[in-house]
Design a protein around this ligand. Structure first.
Ligand code: ATP
Ligand code: MG
Length: 232
C-alpha cells in the first residue's frame, strides 16, 4: 500500500537547518497496523505529514498504491487525500465555528463528487467515540479529550483505507484511551491500514509492526528491516 523511498526532510529557518528525516525507507502493506514510537523531536509527526501528502519531503518518494503522491499536482494530491487518507493531527484540530456533527461530516465536501450528507454515518462515528450526546455542541464547549474524539470521528468520515493518527489518545484518561484503541482494533480488523504515533509503549502492541524513530532514522523493532513486509 505504501512505499517510502529514502525520505529526507529539512526545515530551514532562523535557527539554521534542522534535518528532521535523514533518509527513511519502509513498506507498509494493506492491512498493517504500524505503531511509530520514539522520543520527542525525532521526526514522527514530520514523517506522518510526508506520508499523508501534507508536508513535501526534501527528497525521496512516497508511493501510495503505486502512485507517487509528491509527483502529482496539488489538486490530484488533495483528491487522493480526501478519498484514501484519514488524518488525526497531534493537536486534534477541529473547526470552532462548526458543530461537532458538522465537523465530522466536513471531509465529505472534499471528495471529488460530493455525495448527499451521510448523516447516519457521522452519527454512528460519534457514537463509536462516545460523543453521541454532544452532537450539536461547538468545540469551545468540549474538553480537550472530547475535541480529540471529534477529530478521530472526522478523520474516519470518508471511510479511508489508510488512517494516520498522531498521538490519537494523547490527552485521554486510560479508560477512554482503551475504548479508542478497541475502536481502532475493530477498524484494523475490518481492513483499515493504520499508522499510529504513540508515546505509550503498551499501545504499540495493538498493531502488528513497531517502527522506532531515532533522530530522523527509522528502524523496525521486530528485528526486520522496515523495507521488509510483515504480511506478504
Ligand atoms: N515547521 C517546522 N520548522 C522548523 N523545524 C521544525 C518544524 N516542525 C518540526 N521541526 C523540527 O523537526 C524535528 C522533528 O519534529 P517532529 O514534530 O517531526 O517531531 P516528533 O517526533 O513528532 O516530536 P513529538 O513527539 O514531540 O511530537 C524537531 O527538531 C522539530 O523542532
Ligand atoms: Mg509529533
Amino acid at each position: 500500500m505504501i512505499s517510502a523511498i529514502d525520505i529526507t526532510k529539512n526545515y530551514t529557518g532562523k535557527d539554521g537547518t534542522i534535518a528532521a528525516l535523514g533518509g527513511v525507507s519502509f513498506k507498509v502493506a494493506k492491512g498493517d497496523f504500524v505503531a511509530v514510537i520514539g522520543r520527542s523531536g525525532t521526526g514522527k509527526s514530520t514523517l506522518l505529514g510526508v506520508i499523508g501528502g501534507l508536508l513535501k519531503p526534501s527528497s525521496g518518494e512516497i508511493l501510495l498504491d503505486g502512485q507517487s503522491i509528491w509527483n502529482l499536482d496539488e489538486q490530484l494530491r488533495a483528491q487522493i487525500r480526501a478519498q484514501k487518507i484519514g488524518f488525526v493531527f497531534q493537536n486534534a484540530s477541529v473547526i470552532s465555528s462548526l458543530t461537532v456533527l458538522e465537523n465530522v461530516i466536513l471531509p465529505q465536501s472534499f471528495l471529488p463528487k460530493p455525495t448527499r450528507s451521510n448523516m447516519p454515518r457521522a452519527k454512528n462515528l460519534l457514537e463509536s467515540v462516545g460523543l453521541a450526546h454532544r452532537t450539536h455542541a461547538y468545540p469551545d464547549q468540549l474538553s480537550g479529550g472530547e475535541k480529540r474524539r471529534v477529530a478521530i470521528a472526522s478523520a474516519l468520515m470518508n471511510a479511508p483505507a489508510l488512517l494516520l493518527a498522531d498521538e490519537p489518545t494523547g490527552d485521554l484518561d486510560s479508560e477512554t484511551e482503551l475504548e479508542i484503541m478497541d475502536f481502532f482494533a475493530g477498524l484494523w480488523k475490518s481492513g483499515t491500514t493504520i499508522i499510529m504515533v504513540t508515546h505509550n509503549q503498551q499501545l504499540s502492541n495493538y498493531g502488528n509492526r513497531i517502527f522506532k524513530m531515532d533522530d530522523g532514522i527509522m528502524t523496525e523493532s521486530s528485528g526486520q528491516t522496515p523495507t521488509e513486509n510483515s504480511l506478504s
